[in-house]
Design a protein around this ligand. Structure first.
Ligand code: SF4
Length: 64
């Protein structure tokens, strides 16, 4: 199943949990907000785990 993953920059507080769990998929912008740099490195299962682990529920996974 394909999916999209994005960060809600209104909710992200830059805790960097996503970068710890999936450093190849996330990076921090100059504003201190996470952004998805390479969603292709994640499986759907990994994406859902990172979203679950985000303390601010700022990571949104949309299944196609
Ligand atoms: S884990 Fe959530 S709050 Fe922390 S940087 Fe990533 S998206 Fe932002």
């Amino acid at each position: 199943m394909s999916f999209k993953i994005k960060v809600d920059d209104e909710l992200c507080m830059g805790a960097q949990r996503c970068m710890f769990l999936a450093p190849e998929a996330f990076d921090l912008t100059e504003e201190g907000i996470a952004e998805v740099t390479d969603a292709g490195t994640l499986t759907l299962e990994q994406a859902e785990k990172v979203a679950y682990e985000c303390p601010n529920m700022a990571i949104i996974v949309e299944k196609d």
